[in-house]
Design a protein around this ligand. Structure first.
Ligand code: SAH
Length: 259
């Protein structure tokens, strides 16, 4: 499954260990060392056998513990030392996961490296909300975008391209930039009433979600969620899901035998 001197970039999914792929679980059990991110769920780490060396290399906004080059070097070093290396990353490794740097570092050192995909946060967030990310006729496009900026830099996104009323935007690392996101999209023509969902800790204990409108997003991002990882979903598909849920709860109230 995993040879000595080989590296696997493994998607740990959004947090719930039941959302780990079977392949990821097999790799975790076959590794000799695992370098893992801060976003890897505790339930996933609990699956790691006791003999496997677990090394945290976590990064969370504003709290960098190891820079990317150090992580690249650690992985390469371990593989050259003949370890079976798993680099465990939250969600899917190829989505805002710095996977390319690690792939290149391995390839440059002549180390075989492969990827095991994972369930990305946007999929977990839409599942928690009971909604579809795409919607026939209403959301024809799904855009994954990161609002992360390098320290001190202004968020420079192509707002015109993003302000598509027929798209769902899944914004990663967007909570602290919520005000700039709302301002940019509204200035580019997206209506202030466009539905927005904030989903924190999707699939984890402490999961919370809040549905609001684009013009109220800055306030909601400050007050409605805590400091767990949060995803922003923006677009009419969210509104359709909220409407359907309201209808369903009204209907069940109509049929409530207690009334
Ligand atoms: N590779 C990861 C994303 C890494 S970027 C993936 O595919 O999901 C980190 C960002 O992902 C966080 O800031 C947050 O916006 C989002 N995220 C990751 N896990 C999450 C979760 N369980 N709930 C909500 N958002 C999450």
């Amino acid at each position: 499954m995993i040879e000595t001197g080989e590296v696997w970039l493994v998607g740990a999914g959004p947090g719930d260990p039941d959302l780990l792929t079977r392949k990821a679980e097999k790799l975790i059990c076959a590794a000799s060392v695992i370098f893992y991110d801060a976003l890897v769920g505790p339930g996933v780490l609990a699956l790691v056998p006791a003999h496997v060396r677990l090394v945290p290399v976590g990064k969370r906004a504003g709290r960098h513990s190891k820079d990317q080059q150090t992580i690249d070097a650690l992985i390469v070093e371990a593989a050259l030392a003949g370890e079976k290396v798993v680099r465990l990353k939250g969600g899917d490794p190829s989505i805002f996961g710095r996977a390319m740097e690690e792939l290149n570092a391995c390839r440059d050192a002549g180390i075989p490296v492969r990827i095991c995909p994972g369930v990305t946060a946007a999929s977990a967030a839409s599942a928690s909300l009971g909604m579809s990310l795409t919607l026939r006729g209403l959301a024809r496009r799904l855009t994954f975008v990161t609002a992360h900026t390098q320290r001190g830099k202004v968020l420079a996104l192509d707002w015109q391209a993003l302000a598509d009323p027929e798209a769902t935007l899944a914004i990663y690392m967007g909570k602290s930039a919520a005000a700039q996101i709302a301002e940019g999209l509204i200035a580019a023509g997206l209506p202030g009433r466009t539905p927005v969902a904030l989903v924190e800790n999707a699939s984890l204990d402490g999961e919370a979600s809040f549905v609001t409108r684009l013009d109220l997003l800055p306030l909601a991002a400050k007050t409605a969620v805590g400091d767990g990882p949060a995803l922003l979903l923006i677009g009419e598909a969210i509104g359709a899901a909220a409407k359907a849920q309201n209808k369903a709860s009204l209907q069940s109230a109509d049929f409530d035998p207690q009334r």
